[in-house]
Design a protein around this ligand. Structure first.
Ligand code: DPP
Ligand code: ZN
Length: 876
């Protein structure tokens, strides 16, 4: 694959201010007529050819200003159309006719059919699979789209913008014309045509425009779209209130499709969604599903301003829209739910997905400087760390200047394709602060480590914090500069209250934020009458790892007393992780893990504290996962020892608190009808945690079976099924529950994904045979990304002991699957393959097996550029 570099950016010679497309839709032979009004940029000679991108295209017609070209006037290949014979005048019209086959398009990029519905996915470079175009985000065009299709096959015809006209045609066909007045890049183009049901609603913007809203789903599933509609209206309202952003078309359409590579896509006025992020009701969706729908609906809607109105100059700037939009959807969810609980969930996601990326061979800056395949850069680093960077800007500037900066950014760049420099400049200009050092967060890959030490001087009444930052080398970046790290902090007195220092000297302190800028800096606080317990990185104010020398008692104190719930959770996590790592060492030394009674008591104390949110307690009661423990250990990982250590801790907690947990479990029993709101979800989360502990303490599946049978909602049913399959997998109870679930939901593949997932994640070496067997289930198909991710993806990422079998058999199986999937859907294959990114941190025997599997993939002929890029970088 070709290497693309940020520094090679150059504007195009030609612009395409207007694009008119006509689709004559047929399942296997769709004709696309594109009429492009082309403009030559000033200073560009007429002898410069117009070079358009294509991918797998068949050209069937071409004229310039209505005239055919001579044989030497153009050159067309499936990947490129070069037109040399161009008029002398600076504006002309190019008409291109291509023929495409939506049915055989299994990459799910460009125009394809999903369960008989025509739909498109154009980000990042899918539009070039529809017609030849300047398929890059800095070429903005006003689109008019005419769709013609069989009325029986596709009664619904949708595209971007506003509907203009529609009518019948001969031969049982009909048409619709859509016009989008907002210039947009080709990656935001969308078309949907099919036989779909819909629900409708409306939203009136604060300036009084009524917007017609519709969500289209498979016929019969309309009631399951109601929650998504509710989330959409709340998103529209919130963006007006919090960011002052209004919607800008007469209609907003959302379509759910069942074959989709991503979560969803923000096409202007026509969002296309993976059905997983639209469909929900109590029967079929868990609380996690509801929260996911709310977040993704909001995310795609928020893109209308951050991504669509202001788009990216080039794909290196992807985080300009993604990091910012993730930040916006995080804030939305925080406002709709519990802010602290939401923040902890974000931190967990960041650590689980982004930290390993930053620590491994696929590490890259939030704004990468080079890529071979842009599809491989829709990563946790661009999205989640990108969001953290925006969050740090707000922490540094404070909410008011942050909003001022956002307003300035919108004002300056509306209608443009912008860069990270433009974004940062808006905040500098709005605040007067210098963010040049801060901007290194966009440039330097890797997770900085903060090591901290403390000194209390009772005579002087001073408390000194010494901070040191370090950042390891990452691929292509050996030397790193010190970063500007905002550290929210508190100094807690013995009464549990924060102490306000008289003064601070050394590193800059503004309010409750320490600004670390040098490699090593001290802050000295005066007027501190007693030795305080410091809480650093409150709210997880920067995406760093923290090595602090706080003693055990201080961590316990923080876990119980920090006024910041995130700080409390961080302290508890640190204690649990330390205990679990010690347990792993003991197991590997052939001894049973020694359990720390203080920690067991602490967990019980938090569980019983009814002044705390149930959702918060559920988070505290869930010990760090196996991959979290592995990440903290860092190298020479033995997943079996990790599991044994974790199970031993769970058993100790379960046995110590058996009575109390049983009483609390009963007390939290459902009353009334199901509601997906955050508080009810929190109670269910806590109760389902307790169910697991109880089942462990009792070594008996009867609580889980009873819950499974009585459940009136999917959260409780799926949680009970999880306990049965993971803890009592060989029992009749587990078999019966799996059978009952299949009987009830066997007609609904999306719901059956949970059934595949729970079995794929059952720990132990025998998982591989089960996964193999499940592949022949009638509902399983490697062609469908959701099915493949549920079974193969979850096995590889969420079953540490099953996937990392000591004999390497699961890696071999996985390599076979990757190669098979790669022939149909390279994007999906490449994404799955990242499951092996941490292979170097395994113990030597597993490491060698993993390396061999990767090497076998790398040695295969005809790999896609997607998989080739991932496998080569992973092997390093
Ligand atoms: N659809 C993806 C997202 O919204 C890519 N833009 O993040
Ligand atoms: Zn996005």
């Amino acid at each position: 694959g070709q290497l693309f570099r940020l520094e090679d950016y150059r504007p195009t010679d030609y612009l395409i201010p207007q694009t008119s497309l006509t689709f004559d839709l047929h399942p296997e032979r769709t004709i696309v007529r594109a009429v492009l009004s082309v403009e030559r940029r000033e200073g560009v000679s007429a002898s410069q050819p117009l070079v358009l991108d294509g991918d797998d295209l068949k050209l069937v017609g071409l004229t310039v200003n209505g005239a055919l070209l001579g044989d030497n006037g153009y050159r067309a290949t499936p990947e490129r159309l070069e037109i040399a014979e161009l008029p002398a005048e600076d504006r002309f019209t190019v008409e291109i006719v291509t023929e495409i086959n939506p049915t055989t398009n299994r990459q799910l990029m460009g125009l394809y059919r999903s369960s008989g519905v025509y739909c498109t996915q154009c980000e990042a470079e899918g539009f070039r699979r529809i017609t030849y175009f300047l398929d890059r985000p800095d070429v903005l065009s006003v689109y008019t789209v005419r769709i013609e299709a069989s009325k029986a096959e596709a009664p619904v015809l949708l595209s971007n913008g506003n509907p203009m006209e529609a009518g019948d045609l001969a031969g049982g066909r009909h048409f619709a014309v859509w016009h989008d007045p907002h210039p947009k890049p080709s990656y935001l183009f969308a078309l949907v045509a099919g036989d779909l049901g819909s629900i409708r609603d409306s939203f009136t913007t604060r300036s009084g425009t009524k917007v017609d809203l519709a969500i289209y789903v498979e016929d019969g599933k309309e009631p399951r779209a109601l929650y998504a509609m509710d989330a959409l209206k709340r998103s529209m309202q919130w963006d007006e209130e919090v960011f002052g952003r209004e919607y800008d078309l007469d209609v907003f359409n959302v379509v759910a499709v069942s074959d989709f590579n991503m979560g969803a896509m923000e096409n202007k006025g026509l969002n296309v969604f993976n059905d997983k992020y639209v469909l929900a009701d109590a029967e079929t969706a868990t609380d996690t599903d509801y929260a996911g729908i709310e977040a993704v609906i909001a995310h795609e809607y928020f893109h209308n301003w951050t991504g669509n109105r202001i788009t990216c100059r080039d794909w290196f700037q992807l985080c300009l829209k993604e990091g910012l939009t993730v930040f916006r959807d995080h804030e939305f969810s925080a406002d709709q739910r519990s802010r602290a609980v939401k923040r902890i969930a974000e931190v967990k996601t960041l650590k689980a997905h982004q930290f390993p990326e930053d620590a491994g061979p696929l590490a890259h800056p939030v704004r990468p400087r080079q890529y071979r395949e842009i599809n491989n850069f829709y990563t946790a680093t661009v999205y989640e760390k990108g969001s953290e960077v925006v969050r740090m800007i707000r922490t540094i500037l404070g909410p008011d200047l942050f909003r001022k900066g956002m307003d300035l950014y919108f004002e300056r760049h509306d209608g443009e394709a912008a860069t990270i420099e433009d974004f940062v400049k808006a905040f500098e200009d709005a605040s007067g602060r210098d963010l040049s050092q801060f901007a290194l967060w966009y440039e330097q890959a890797g997770t900085p480590n903060l090591s901290v030490s403390y000194d209390y001087d009772p005579a002087e009444k001073t408390f000194t914090i010494e901070l040191e930052q370090s950042l390891k080398a990452t691929p292509g970046q050996s030397r790193k500069k010190p970063m500007h790290i905002p550290i929210e902090f508190g100094l807690i007195g013995s009464d549990g209250k924060d102490i306000t220092p008289a003064s601070a000297t050394g590193a800059e302190v503004t309010g409750d934020v320490i600004h670390l800028r040098q490699r090593k800096e001290k802050v000295r606080f005066t007027g501190i009458g007693e030795r305080p317990v410091p809480s650093l990185l409150r709210g997880f104010s920067a995406p760093v790892t923290l090595a602090s020398e706080l003693p055990h008692e201080d961590l316990i104190f923080l876990a119980l007393n920090d006024s910041d719930p995130v700080g409390r959770w961080q302290a508890l996590t640190k204690l649990l992780t330390g205990a679990l790592i010690a347990g792993v060492k003991q197991v590997r030394g052939g001894k049973p893990p020694v359990i720390d009674a203080d920690i067991v008591n602490l967990v019980g104390e938090i569980a019983a504290n009814e002044t705390l949110d149930a959702a918060f307690r559920a988070l505290c009661l869930t010990p760090p996962g196996e991959s979290d423990i592995a990440r903290e250990i860092g190298d020479n990982i033995d997943p079996d020892a990790v599991l044994a250590s974790r199970e031993a801790l769970i058993k100790a907690i379960a046995e110590a608190h058996r009575q109390a947990f049983a009483a609390l479990y009963d007390k939290l029993a459902n009353t009334g009808t199901f509601s997906p709101d955050a508080e009810s979800a929190g109670r269910r989360a806590l109760r389902n945690c307790l169910l697991d502990y109880l089942s462990v303490a009792e070594a008996d599946p009867s609580h889980a079976t009873a819950q499974f049978r009585a459940a009136d909602n999917m959260t409780d049913r799926a949680a009970a099924l999880g306990v049965l399959v993971h803890r009592f997998g060989d029992s009749d109870s587990a078999r019966e529950a799996l059978g009952a679930f299949e009987e009830r939901f066997g007609g609904d593949p999306l719901v059956m994904d949970k059934w595949f997932m729970v079995q794929a994640t059952r720990p132990g070496a025998a998982a591989l045979d089960r996964v193999r067997a499940l592949m022949s289930h009638r509902l399983f198909s490697l062609d469908n990304p959701n099915r493949t991710r549920a079974l193969i993806g979850l096995f590889a990422t969420a079953n540490q002991t099953g996937f990392n079998r000591a004999d390497g058999a699961a890696y071999d199986f996985f390599a076979d699957m990757i190669l098979k999937i790669d022939r149909e859907n390279p994007q999906l294959a490449a994404r799955l393959l990242t499951a092996l990114r941490s292979w170097r941190s395994l113990e030597p025997v597993r490491r060698e097996h993993a390396r061999a599997a990767l090497a076998r993939i790398a040695a295969t002929e005809k790999l896609s550029t997607d998989v080739k890029d991932i496998v080569e970088r992973t092997l390093g």
